[in-house]
Design a binder for this molecule. Sequence first.
Ligand code: ZN
Length: 279
Amino acid sequence: MKIIEPHIHMYSRTTDDYEAMYAAGIRGCVEPSFWLGANRRYAGTFFDYFMLILEFETTRAMRFGIEHYAAVSFNPKEAENTKLVDEVLEGIGEYLDHPRCVALGEIGFNNITDNEEYAFKKQLEIAKARDMLVIVHLPHFNKPEGIARTIRCIREVGMDETKIYLDHNTEETIETALAETKCYCGMTVYPISKLNPQRVSEIIKQVGSERMIVSGSADWGVSDPLALVKVVDYMRTDGHDEQTIQRLVFANADAYYRQCPKWQPNLDMKPIDPHEFQR
Ligand SMILES: [Zn+2]
């Protein structure tokens, strides 16, 4: 089965991860921009990072047979620095225009503060004006309050919800996300925090697979670039049909990103012999 990993931070992963992903059937991925582990002090650091995930990471993935796209944004974790938010958003246009940039994201709430709302809404306005897809991060704590405030911001800006991938849903938010919005709804599988394959399987039994997307969201933390493979394996043993599984790990993500004309993934690439890499 071919798999698309719709949310993963390959910047923090190794070439071993790329090899294992290819071997397990992952053929395409999207890398949203994120917090780098320490708060950035300069707008230029953001711009260099955007170029890195838009160009270098795409090349690195291609060598291992995986089509890689990126999304750029000012992430929620650094949004208390509103001066930096303004400086980065002033210059973000050329990176959003980049041929490998398929969405603006990830944006949203972390600690659910007013400054985070400022950065979130400002970026929703940018995406709306550019008719772009948006990857939205739901906070990991206080989820019911987080999703309520997230939906309020989306409504206030008047962003087209079918262009939003609302990620990091759990049992606490998924019914609200599906019933009250038209967003694609993401669930994240992590080895320790967030969801595991068993919980994903249960949620899908309850709400179905329409508009549902699963990701591994692997980054610097304890996370798993093969999380989706584990979801496929578990769901096969838990009574789900192949079509449901295929929707969750491939077709829905493909349908979502296909709304962006730049998403033209070649999912039949072959890895290149490392001896042949051009420096
Ligand atoms: Zn992420």
